[in-house]
Design a protein around this ligand. Sequence first.
Ligand SMILES: C[S@@+](CC[C@H](N)C(=O)[O-])C[C@H]1O[C@@H](n2cnc3c(N)ncnc32)[C@H](O)[C@@H]1O
Length: 215
Amino acid sequence: MNLITCKTMKKLSSLLASLIYNKIYRDFYQKKKRLMWGANPSSAVVQFAEFLMAKGVNEAFVLDAGCGEGRHAVYLAKLGFKVYGIDISSVAIEKAKKWITEAGVEYKVTLETGDVTRIKCKDYVFDVVIDINTINFIANKRKYLAEISRVLKPEGYFFLKILSDKNKAHGISKLEVNKLLNPFFKILRIEELEEVWEGIPQYQYKIFAQSLQPS
Ligand SMILES: C[S@@+](CC[C@H](N)C(=O)[O-])C[C@H]1O[C@@H](n2cnc3c(N)ncnc32)[C@H](O)[C@@H]1O
């Protein structure tokens, strides 16, 4: 009974989150008549793709966790990567599906509406995972990172762009980042980055990490 209740609660919380994000996306499109995250990849993802290619990781299977409208899925697919994008918002996923078709990379990209804290796939499936500002909006960050570590192959690369505590809302400190990642990943480097979104400066950390071997 408890198990059923717990599962039902998790499903309800995913459903609620999907309704909220769908509303956020719909309201944005109605007001601004353009993509919320823009038509270009973040410079951080461009840098990470260069890092992967320099390591000889060219045809990796990449999970884009919280892929939004698909700007990184399209970019990485054009470089030759195979991409699996998950987002809780079906509205964002519909945009992403349209975009990958227009870009002619639909054979390289699979997109699903879903919750990245409960990924429907086997263990150790992905060579690489990217999270571009998704983790900030996830309540149970530790559980989420455990899930990422479950689906990422041992020594697979994890690239995280996360709002830092220099921001007024949603950000987390470097100490907290370290504490959260340490049980699951070896941090290779953390760099600071400042970006502007809708005229507002966004302070970020770019984190290059690698999945630890399961003990
Ligand atoms: C700041 S946006 C970034 C979108 C995309 N990564 C990009 O850079 O263009 C964060 C995204 O995370 C998604 N998201 C939030 N919580 C999620 C969850 N539990 N599972 C899957 N996606 C989630 C939101 O719908 C949103 O698209």
